[in-house]
Design a protein around this ligand. Structure first.
Ligand SMILES: Nc1ncnc2c1ncn2[C@@H]1O[C@H](COP(=O)(O)OP(=O)(O)OP(=O)(O)O)[C@@H](O)[C@H]1O
Ligand SMILES: [Mg+2]
Length: 435
């Protein structure tokens, strides 16, 4: 949709002006989408509140906060108040496609808390021929890649590589992107030439297990000069042209945040939306807010963990879930077969990342579970965990890159082993080392 000089991309939940992404919160985006869909009519306050906070009891001033955010972005006169009733857009609106898409996305299985990531990533994939979207298991790499907008006048193809383990499987999957899936061995050179010459974006999703095999394939694709490639993977390709986008967890509100403000944070927004998906009566109210924020904090804003936790709320309640955080690796699980095996529990997700590590990376990571967290390099040296400093820094770098350790710069740079990872690593130490 064209709104004045702005472009609104509902499915991608992205707002642009003169081609540049504009930072906008998820709620403000949803309000704008409803206003645009109603244009030139007024959108009633009740309609806006239901569309933007589905199932939640929120006060009217939350809507006013979003309207004033929008006025800052679009201009003071861009939204007229119809006193006592609602709001109306004062900008020209041209619609291409489905004007209500954004509202439906917000209420359904849409992307939460990633507007800024989506805008930045869209920019990167336009500028760089090869972008790697990296981050730990279940952090939302594939979800973000799925919401990238279709490049204007270019093709977009997505290939899921999760089940590929060898080059033959990889080439078959790529042939599928061209609808050229044959029964025999694909002609590698012809296939890569064809794909490489297509202007557009090729998304190679879930490439963890074939990242190394992908290196020569991607080099060959890029040599043809047209296609841009986005790879989602925990394991980097380490190619010269590679631009890495490190996805971080969803933002978690600090304790004591008000309900209206807390819902601006992706982690809480996702937890509330998924909890409502499991029971339409669920409402995030002030009495459960503190527990909900604590749950998001304990789960480190990890989308997969939040989704699994939301599914347990009908059986345990928010407070009951919090009491079971020591057993989170198994409590946060689902029996649904439609979910990939690596995402059926928090344990499975961490085990997948662990299995991708080399033996010395695994050993060092488990050792860090013996230290108090956060810890510094000096702490690691003091317990004899860093005999070869150069190699240790390499290993730590990989663990940070894979989302298995967090590195914070500051007066004393330090590493944090998150609680879920700590539980897993301690379990390994117990079974393998007997420690
Ligand atoms: N921002 C988000 N909003 C809503 N749902 C999300 C978001 N991020 C992730 N999810 C959901 O969380 C789950 C895990 O996300 P996703 O599969 O994208 O993670 P991933 O990083 O690709 O994991 P893996 O490393 O296992 O491939 C999925 O069900 C996904 O739909
Ligand atoms: Mg994925």
């Amino acid at each position: 949709m064209q709104i004045g000089s702005f472009e609104l991309w509902p499915a991608a939940r992205c707002l642009r002006q003169h081609g540049k992404p504009i930072a906008i919160t998820g709620r403000a985006f949803d309000v704008l989408a409803v206003l645009a869909a109603r244009h030139p009519d007024m959108a009633r306050k009740s309609e806006l509140m239901t569309a933007v906070w589905p199932g939640l009891v929120v006060e009217e001033n939350n809507l006013q906060v979003q309207i004033s955010l929008l006025r800052k972005i679009l201009g003071r006169e861009a939204i007229a108040t119809v006193p006592g009733f609602g709001y109306c857009l004062n900008l020209a609106v041209t619609t291409c496609g489905d004007a209500t898409g954004a509202c439906r996305t917000a209420a359904g299985g849409g992307l939460h808390g990633r507007a800024a990531d989506l805008a930045e990533l869209s920019e990167l994939v336009r500028e760089h021929p090869l972008v790697t979207l990296s981050g730990g298991s279940g952090i939302g790499k594939s979800a973000l890649a799925r919401h990238l907008p279709e490049p204007p006048s270019a093709t977009l193809a997505r290939v899921d590589l999760a089940d590929c383990t060898d080059t033959t499987g990889l080439l078959r999957a790529l042939a599928g992107a061209l609808d050229a899936r044959g029964t025999g061995q694909p002609d590698r050179a012809a296939l890569l030439r064809h794909l490489g010459r297509r202007p557009g974006l090729l998304v190679l999703d879930n490439a963890d297990r074939v990242a190394r095999l992908l290196v020569p394939v991607v080099e060959e694709l890029l040599a043809h000069g047209a296609v841009h490639v986005l790879v989602t993977t925990q394991v980097r390709l380490h190619l010269r042209q590679e631009q890495v986008y490190r996805l971080t967890p969803l933002a978690v509100p600090p304790p004591g945040t008000s309900l209206a403000e807390a819902l601006q944070y992706g982690a809480l927004d996702l937890l509330a939306a998924r909890a409502r998906g499991h029971d339409h009566r669920f409402a995030l109210t002030v009495p459960v807010l503190a527990d909900a924020i604590e749950l998001c904090r304990q789960l480190d804003g990890l989308p997969l963990a939040l989704e699994l936790a939301a599914a347990r709320i009908p059986a345990l309640g928010m407070a009951g879930l919090l009491q079971r955080m020591d057993e989170r690796l198994t409590v946060l699980a689902t029996g649904h077969e439609g979910v990939p095996a690596r995402q059926r529990s928090l344990y499975d997700a961490i085990a997948w990342s662990y299995a991708l590590l080399a033996p010395d990376e695994q050993a060092l990571w488990c050792e860090t579970a013996r230290l108090q967290t956060p810890f510094s390099l000096e702490d690691l040296i003091a317990v004899g965990g860093a005999r070869d400093i150069g190699r240790t820094l390499d290993l730590l770098g990989t663990l940070v890159e894979r989302g298995l350790l967090r590195f914070d710069t500051g007066p004393v740079p330090c590493y944090t082993l998150e609680a879920s990872h700590r539980q897993f690593a301690r379990g390994i130490l117990k079974t393998v080392v007997g420690a």
